[in-house]
Design a protein around this ligand. Structure first.
Ligand code: ADP
Ligand code: MG
Length: 234
């Protein structure tokens, strides 16, 4: 599904910064993987490229066999809206819209009528245990509730891929566990391909495969085992 070959990225500026130094990576449909590395190692940069939010300088990124390079902003937005759901550490909810409206937002961009998108948003909120919070503003929700709203928003369009940048970074450990369990359910029950970026090994080891990144280069790749000691991936 995702194929990266020799990706390089340099941030231009007074002091150009070579952040990704030849990333090659394959992520198959249905995988639940983490990209783990220290702060500043290039994780968010890599995830933004995967999410077609940013360009790269060298190499190739194929998404379902299609080269993602030099796309027009319209084309990039079209791929994003159709294929990818995003989850961020800081939730990125719109502060003056209630939970239901936040969840419904991606459907607005798809031209779905207000009545339909609100009805569907309520369904997703209910599914994530937030039905009673539909008409509350983000500021009235706990961190875990905000992240569940963000997850509902990410999945309401049935994306093939979820990209999560430090999704538990702002949450306490119990809430982190719950969010990771939700992602795991989406992967196992709905077959969504999920990529989680994190600097926490406790989070990385809750996915099926850990891809280590250091100074813009991929290091070892570890396959995690289930509690029964079996490999997750065949
Ligand atoms: P991580 O997510 O692993 O912490 P990032 O990909 O965010 O790392 O950043 C990698 C390096 O690139 C850091 O040194 C960061 O300061 C720098 N960086 C990130 N975004 C930009 C940008 N838009 N312009 C310039 N430098 C950036
Ligand atoms: Mg980051």
């Amino acid at each position: 599904m995702i194929h990266l070959d020799g990706i390089h990225k340099t941030y231009q500026g007074a002091q150009p910064l070579h952040v990704l130094k030849g990333i090659s990576l394959d992520i198959k449909k249905g995988e639940f993987v983490s990209i783990m590395g220290a702060s500043g190692s290039g994780k968010s940069t890599l995830l933004n490229i995967l999410g077609i939010l940013d360009n790269y300088d060298e190499g190739e990124y194929l998404l379902n066999g299609v080269l993602m390079k030099n796309l027009s902003e319209t084309k990039a937005a079209d791929y994003r809206n159709r294929m990818i759901g995003f989850i961020f550490q800081s939730f990125n909810l719109i502060p003056f819209k209630n939970a239901m409206e936040n969840v419904a937002l991606p459907l607005y961009y798809q031209g779905v009528s207000r009545r339909k998108r609100n009805a569907l948003a309520l369904e997703y909120l209910e599914r994530l245990g937030l039905k009673e919070w539909a008409h509350h503003l983000p500021s009235e929700l706990s961190g875990g509730q905000k992240q569940r709203v963000a997850i509902a928003r990410a999945i309401i369009t049935h994306p093939q891929i979820i990209l999560a940048d430090e999704p538990t970074g702002a949450l306490d450990s119990k809430t982190s566990e719950e969010v990771m369990q939700l992602l795991r359910d989406l992967n196992e029950k709905e077959g969504m391909t999920i990529v989680v970026v994190t600097h926490e090994s406790g989070v990385a080891y809750r996915t099926h495969k850990v891809i280590h990144i250091k100074d813009g280069i991929i290091g070892k790749i570890e396959e995690n085992k289930t509690m029964e000691g079996q490999p997750y991936l065949k």
